[in-house]
Design a protein around this ligand. Sequence first.
Ligand code: HEC
Length: 216
Amino acid sequence: MKPRLKILALLAPAVLFSALGTAALGDPSFKARMVNDDTPEVAEIRQLGENAINRLATTLVREVTNAMVKDGPEGALDVCHLKALPLTNGAIAGLSRITAVKRTSFKLRNPANAPDAAEQLVLDYIQKQLDYGDAPPSLLVQRVEYPAGAPEWRVYKPLGVMPKCVACHGDAAGQSEALRAKLAKLYPADQASGYHAGEWRGLIRVTVADAPANKL
Ligand code: HEC
């Protein structure tokens, strides 16, 4: 039986990331590692990331739910993406340390959401945990170092499929003609259907900027 993410999220297991260690991604000088250090800096990044993800996820689910009540799933399609977030000077309103937001998955609806190399590592890591029957962590912190340029803190949260997600990500047979037609038109390469409630859908991730004092 596949572990259900909703239940897993409550367990919040303390997972050690040493198994993943440091992974070289194509370019050997590009490094990404999971960070579970018990330092004030990591704790702050984790907290900022978690707060932002929770807020963004709540807003998104609320807006999609409202739009579905008003216009049905086909009318709500335009709402289920992150493009509408108000960005000012690269930061999201009210979340000054959050400089990027993205959702990604193994099975994409929009190819523009394809994982980059560091996200791919996290997807693979979680898939492996699920394959072993283990509970994936409810939150992951990753440090990405680039050959040139500043390193980056990323915080990820696995997303589970809730019953309301199935309206647009479930079996095509359960969708209206209008919804199927609109999906086919907007997303001709759509792979993100056929999901059931409780399955793992993908990741939401934010990039958290270093504290101002660290930028000196
Ligand atoms: C009203 C229809 C609708 C509902 C309901 C919906 N989605 Fe989506 N979802 C979409 C569309 C459309 C996209 C493509 C957005 C874009 O163009 O970036 C998408 C994209 C995504 C992505 C980004 C990866 C990809 O496939 O492109 C994730 C992750 C995702 N949805 C998860 C969820 C989850 C979790 C829920 C339930 C909380 C949900 N969706 C509910 C329509 C929906």
